[in-house]
Write a protein that binds this ligand. Sequence first.
Ligand code: ADP
Ligand code: ZN
Length: 242
Amino acid sequence: MVIIMLGAPGTGKGTVSAILKEKLNIAHVSSGDIFRKYSSEDSELGREINSYLKEGNLVPDELTIKMIKERLAEKDVENGVILDGFPRTEAQAIALDKMLEEEGKKVDLVIDLSSPKEEILDRIVTRRICPKCKAVYNTKLNKPKKEGICDICGSELYQREDDTVERVENRIEVYQSQTKPLEEYYEKADKLFKIEITEKTGTMAKEAADIVIEKLINRKENIKWLQSSQKEKLNKWKKLVN
Ligand code: ADP
Ligand code: ZN
């Protein structure tokens, strides 16, 4: 099972992925997390990656593809994976298809999240992250129990360097010009599934994850995978989405 999370910054890709990871019991690979880990290192590669991240520009395709390929060769992705933030360009999408094909796999579903721009901006500047367990909080809507401290692991939360209004504007532009065309790429392949995350309808990350699970359950071709890998969980989910 290979699920891709598409969507502009701040639409909730990471939060929806984290919920799906738990419910589906599959790996969650976030290209942003991989790059942030490198960019904090004091090495030539770390500094190079940081120069893209801090401006909100994309890391070049060749480097990105190489790093994701390495990650996808690890054991924990065997049963399935949620790709959060990759692919982000057409060259990456083509490379991914090729990588998967070599292993007799394919992209199963592409979840395309969107949100009104004012909600995106608000969500991003109030976002706080745990450096250790990667949990995501929000100083307005999803506060930790103790201010500035992760509920799960007790680490001190931080704000991403690129989570400022100016950087977000650039990241949204980069998204529009380089990643948006992927909608058409996956639409043509009949894999695109759009969900709008908005306070207006109350469809937030949890609701979006439920919609995705319902979609998987309703798709006959997925039932075999769901049954074999998730047997005991299946009934629980059915209750959950009903
Ligand atoms: P968001 O979706 O909130 O902008 P991510 O955590 O997914 O943030 O990514 C953070 C940064 O990491 C991006 O702005 C970009 O610099 C880099 N990055 C992440 N994924 C990719 C990718 N697939 N290709 C190129 N750069 C990437
Ligand atoms: Zn934590």
